[in-house]
Ligand binder design. Structure first.
Ligand code: HEM
Ligand code: HEM
Length: 176
């Protein structure tokens, strides 16, 4: 069978699968660096992992925008959600995947510090007072919503396995 680029109503296509599993790997890395920042501060492990947090975070934000557009293009042909809860759960995952890095970038902008990612200058920074609503928003929400996203991902993985074990919905085969 030819490799399906687009999704069909029985399985996701190759682009959706690549985005799903590629981003899943990057999320594992991103939460390792966040965990090291929280628990292993001032160790070589933190120094190594934390050095990638901004870059991987910006990469994940870029990929989720592409993924959201792709999912809209495929909306009428993707495998149907197994329940309203599954649909809402996936929507919440998208919401947090977009909100968590966006809030970090708003904080970064408000701090007046420059931001370079993979040699590209995304923010040039500015002198003078920081923009407090921006830095406070990030201080309040970035880490908290980040850990909420991790909890939701754990729930998502558990539900994918439970659906396979307890019901006739082998949802895993749609995505593998
Ligand atoms: C989807 C992408 C991202 C995820 C899942 C994520 C997750 C997290 C988490 C869970 C923490 C809390 C660590 C702790 O409790 O000590 C954190 C901290 C932090 N993140 Fe991210 N992050 C992402 C993107 C970014 C980006 C793009 C930036 C920079 C522009 C950034 C900058 C920071 C900074 C400075 C902290 C330490 C201060 C704080 O706890 O808020 N993150 N991140
Ligand atoms: C071992 C890890 C993972 C497993 C086993 C897994 C499993 C699955 C399965 C079976 C589906 C298809 C569900 C259906 O058609 O109803 C799915 C879809 C989805 N998964 Fe995961 N997943 C994992 C990691 C992740 C991670 C880290 C994220 C990121 C937040 C994520 C976000 C999503 C989203 C948003 C969908 C809806 C389809 C889409 O728009 O891509 N998954 N996952």
């Amino acid at each position: 069978m030819a490799l399906a680029i687009m999704d069909t109503n029985i399985r996701y296509g190759v682009v959706s699968k690549a985005l799903h599993w590629g981003m899943a790997l990057l999320f594992v890395w991103q939460f390792l660096s966040a965990g090291a920042h929280l628990l292993l501060s001032d160790t070589p492990v933190e120094e190594f992992l934390w050095g990638t947090h901004y870059t991987v975070g910006v990469l994940l934000l870029t990929l989720v925008v592409i993924r959201a557009v792709w999912s809209l293009l495929n909306a009428s042909r993707r495998p149907p959600s197994v329940s309203v809860m599954a649909k809402l759960g996936h929507l919440a995952l998208y919401g947090l995947m977009i909100a968590v890095p966006t809030i970090a970038l708003i904080r970064q902008y408000g701090s007046g510090r420059a931001l370079d990612v993979l040699g590209i200058n995304l923010m040039s920074g500015f002198d003078g007072e920081e923009i407090t609503w921006m830095t406070e928003l990030g201080g309040l929400l970035h880490g908290e919503l980040g850990w909420t996203l991790l909890a939701l991902i754990v729930g998502h993985v558990v539900m994918a396995i439970l659906h396979r074990k307890l019901t006739n919905h082998d949802v895993l085969s749609r995505m593998t």
